[in-house]
Design a protein around this ligand. Structure first.
Ligand SMILES: *Cc1c(COP(=O)(O)O)cnc(C)c1O
Length: 225
């Protein structure tokens, strides 16, 4: 097992460096530790090193960890594909959902958010490179979706999320992320750009990311699920 302490401190340094390189304050960039497939002890270890926000992709796996880690004050983010029969449980057990890509899901999350909880923070997932296999909406459909979501009372539309096509090229990564940075300017109520993973966080930060979602660079290679 890779050292989580080493991984975390390396990622924090990389965020600081990337921020300095583009003249940003690194405190404006939140590190979300993506803990899918990691056992609960790995999350606990990261938590003890000061990491409090965790992202999970699979609901049942996440629920098991939430139960096991109920003694910790974790901010839970759901970042995986959403089936509509899972929205009730997601609405009741997460602080953020990054992967909203249709009105039906947004409506259900709002309706099903328990009344004693604050509004659920959501991001709209954008299929920024227009890949057929990827979830997310096209940017050209964003305005209509935002308008339909605005009146929903129990969700708070925070921003945009993307998983660009895999590329090793900084310039291509940057170009994809910049599309989101430009798009968000039309919506002053949004303050979040959820973009950047282990392989492209430098470009994401240069393009204005406010949440980087990092798994491998913290925890090491995942076992295939
Ligand atoms: C797995 C995953 C990540 C983290 O990817 P790494 O390359 O391991 O950093 C980020 N975002 C989403 C949506 C993911 O599914």
């Amino acid at each position: 097992m890779k050292s989580i302490a080493g991984g975390l401190s390396h990622v924090r340094q990389q965020i600081d460096k990337a921020a300095i390189n583009c003249g940003r304050d690194s405190r404006s960039i939140q590190l979300l530790a993506v803990s899918k497939t990691q056992p609960e002890e790995h999350l606990r270890a990261a938590y003890e090193l000061g990491q409090t926000a965790f992202g999970e992709n699979y609901l049942q796996e996440a629920r098991n960890k939430q139960q096991a880690l109920a003694d910790l004050d974790i901010e839970w983010h759901f970042i995986g594909p959403i089936q509509s029969n899972k929205t009730r449980e997601i609405a009741a057990s997460f602080d953020w959902v990054h992967s909203v890509d249709r009105l039906k899901i947004a409506r259900r999350l709002s309706e099903q958010r328990p009344v004693d909880m604050p509004p659920l923070n959501i991001c709209l997932q954008i299929n920024v490179d227009q890949e057929e296999s990827k979830s997310g909406i096209l940017l050209e459909d964003l305005a209509d979706l935002v308008e339909a979501i605005r009146p929903l009372p129990n969700i708070k539309l925070r921003g945009l999320m993307a998983i660009p096509a895999v590329s090793d090229e900084y310039q291509q990564q940057f170009t994809s992320f910049m599309q989101l940075s430009k798009a968000i300017k039309g919506y002053p109520e949004m303050d979040t750009l959820s973009m950047g993973m282990s392989g492209d966080m430098d470009a994401a930060i240069a393009a204005g990311s406010t949440i980087v979602r990092i798994g491998t660079a913290i925890f090491g290679q995942r076992e295939r699920r």
